[in-house]
Design a protein around this ligand. Structure first.
Ligand SMILES: N[C@@H](CCC(=O)N[C@@H](CS)C(=O)NCC(=O)O)C(=O)O
Length: 210
């Protein structure tokens, strides 16, 4: 049985945006059943949880006694179970893997920096000083991504694990001007979010907090 960890309680602002959703989405796309283990802040600090996740974070993942942490590694592991999320053909597979890392290592850092100055600590002096630079860096990378997505439905020919990681990062841009000014990215995120597997993943995630 596959088990994933998720927060026992979660601030309404963060609901729908935590990384267990990426894992749930990959599992739903692959039609794999799983159990969710809801963990409190205290439980995350316990020795037994730290053995599963050295940083006490969400999500931890267990598949028949094999443990993973880091949502990117988990999504890759799920993708390797079928051709649905990771094609077998060499170039397509290489492209999906490259885009998976691009989502987490090239796009997500600029999204995170933007989120920090725009949403989390907008009134801090340092954030006001950092804001223009953070927006410029995000704009540069997101424009390059928008160019790639022009006339494409997904990052690679078919929907893949890379689209899960990329969409989960891009959703954090929220209703910002930065996001709205790049229609190729807006329609891409909407297309990915419209997938039944995303809807199911989100419904299961939200059910924990209703
Ligand atoms: N790089 C990690 C990040 C995991 C992460 O940031 N988890 C957040 C929830 S989405 C968390 O557990 N935050 C609480 C904490 O860091 O203590 C991944 O992709 O799995």
């Amino acid at each position: 049985m596959i088990r994933i960890s998720a927060f026992k309680s979660l601030d309404p602002m963060a609901q729908g945006f935590t990384r267990d959703v990426s894992v749930r989405w990959a599992l739903e796309e692959s039609e794999l059943s799983y159990e969710t283990v809801l963990v409190s802040a205290e439980e995350r600090k316990s020795e037994s949880y730290i053995q599963k996740h050295p940083f006490s974070q969400i999500p931890a993942y267990e598949d028949n006694g094999i443990n993973f942490f880091e949502s990117g590694a988990i999504v890759l592991h799920i993708a390797e179970k079928s051709v649905l999320l990771l094609p077998k053909e060499s170039q397509a597979r290489a492209s999906v893997q490259s885009w998976m890392f691009a989502a987490m290592n090239t796009i997500d850092p600029v999204v995170k920096n933007f989120e920090q100055v725009e949403y989390f600590t907008p009134d801090e002096e340092w954030a006001r000083l950092r804001k223009a630079g953070a927006i410029e860096a995000a704009q540069r990378r997101l424009s390059q991504l928008a160019n790639h997505l022009q006339n494409r439905e997904y990052l690679v020919d078919q929907f893949s694990a890379a689209d899960i990681l990329m969409t989960m990062s891009l959703r954090n841009l929220g209703p910002s001007d930065l996001f709205m000014m790049l229609p190729a990215i807006v329609t891409y995120v909407q297309r990915c979010e419209a997938r039944p597997a995303f809807q199911k993943a989100m419904a299961k995630h939200m059910a924990s907090y209703s």
